[in-house]
Design a protein. Sequence first.
Length: 609
Amino acid sequence: MSAPLPLRNIAIIAHVDHGKTTLVDQLFRQSGTFRENQRIEERAMDSNDLEKERGITILAKCTSVEWNGTRINIVDTPGHADFGGEVERILSMVDGVILLVDSSEGAMPQTKFVTGKALALGLKPIVVVNKIDRPDGRAQEVLDEVFDLFVNLDATDEQCDFPVLYASGRNGYASDDESAREGNLEPLFQKIVEHVPAPNLDEDGPFSFLATLLDRDNFMGRVLTGRVQSGKIKVNDPIRAMDGDGNIVEVGRASKLLSFRGLERVPVDEAKAGDIIALAGLEKATVANTIADPSVEVPIKAQPIDPPTLAMRFAVNDSPYAGREGDKVTSRVIRDRLLREAETNVAIKVTESADKDSFEVAGRGELQLGVLIETMRREGFELGISRPRVLFRNDDNGQRTEPYEQVVIDVDDEYSSTVVDKMQRRKAELMEMRPSGTGKTRLTFSAPSRGLIGYHGEFLSDTRGTGIMNRLFERYGPHKGPIEGRINGVLISNATGEAVGYALNNLEERGILFVRPQDKLYEGMVIGENAKPDDLEVNPMRSKQLTNFRSTGKDDAIRLTPPKIMTLEQAIAYIDDDEMVEVTPKSIRLRKALLDPHERKKASRKRED
């Protein structure tokens, strides 16, 4: 048997859109992982449909390349704080990190979040200034920002003395020279081998392994991924799983060991300390459990996970059209699916309501829960989703506290005063305001998460689609009191049937419509936004009364303004506390939680009392 290759374990961390996944593509190509003629997709690591559509990484993934006789295991991590639950655990599997920063945007909030986690674990970063060929690049200023960031995050002197490369992930080159505009990634491979230490772990002790990722396979069942912390393991060796307190979760055997080779997981007979592997054979073990030889008594310390800050209610769809577009509509099926999600995604918590017809799902943010709803919708589920609400806590003095976020906004100078005004109405405090070049301003706020729910769509309208907003959980702070919500009421259908063009034409003067002619509507469904603050019940099915003098063809030429069609995230952000979003595989409808107008009146009287 040939001697195992020297090993390096690294993670690539960066803010969303700074080019992590594209850089990994080039590392694959230049290390010979793919044949010259092999056709691979762009951003090969973003394998999930939603990742491809949104151009973001949602799930952390492991891969491996071989360069000059060294095996380099690479972990591609998500850039959004909403998926931070993934990032924290992954960093415990690696010995070094590549910190990727955009040569124009510089160090962003998410960079700060992940870098802070990496520095706290004592990892020494290699800084890569990416997209060096951008015309608005400012590499030296960006490096100063990174250095300031490290100092603010209490990095050690050794961590602050980081090696730097200038690269273009898309064009596949890296260099020590800032002015280089061609070449290959050889300097980056070289830096990884020289700068990242080989795993320094006990190969002779008993086997132990911390589960950091969990997924399901139809043939193997549960598959746990992590790094072997000590000893060796062979297929069929006896193992047991322990929780963080040392309680035994289950006992079993390692039925299959898999190692990463490029994008594939290949079976291996044996793994030793330092190897990143996937292991099958256990049925109950989960993330943060220690999987070890039966002689091991003490679990490996797992990184604590930041708590959920936002919750939504997932209810059985009870609209008149329930069950027409999806095949998974019962509470039992929804419950099983949510519990399965909570099992593999440690940042999500699921609680069943007393009536068993709805579930409270708590997570890190709107994006994370939006991705879960979109995934379920594509699997054939029908759901009723409530407005997101933040999770309050009480501090040591019994005072109510709420989650705050750091919000960094890049906006054209002309819109900055509008954004500052809107944010301050939402109880945000302006922490910093500075020019960021080329007619743009960077605004940094500390804002209660509650005030940001539903703001993103309004922000894009206010900045004509040019503004960029980045949010990051900051802390729990004092409760800020009431925050103004949506100022407009809605138009509510008072009948069930198909929308009629003639009726919609008459309703246009009332506000903005969300539906088209022939759309199927029902009583209690929200069909538009009222121009006034009150809700208004309307009849979108009224057709023209025909007489001998008024023919049908007289005013066929009705010209309707195109309706405002909302995406899932926009709909969730738009609704008020007494409204829901009906989500099915084919439709996203807005509706009142209580469809019957008399029930709504009763409920509103109760609230006033």
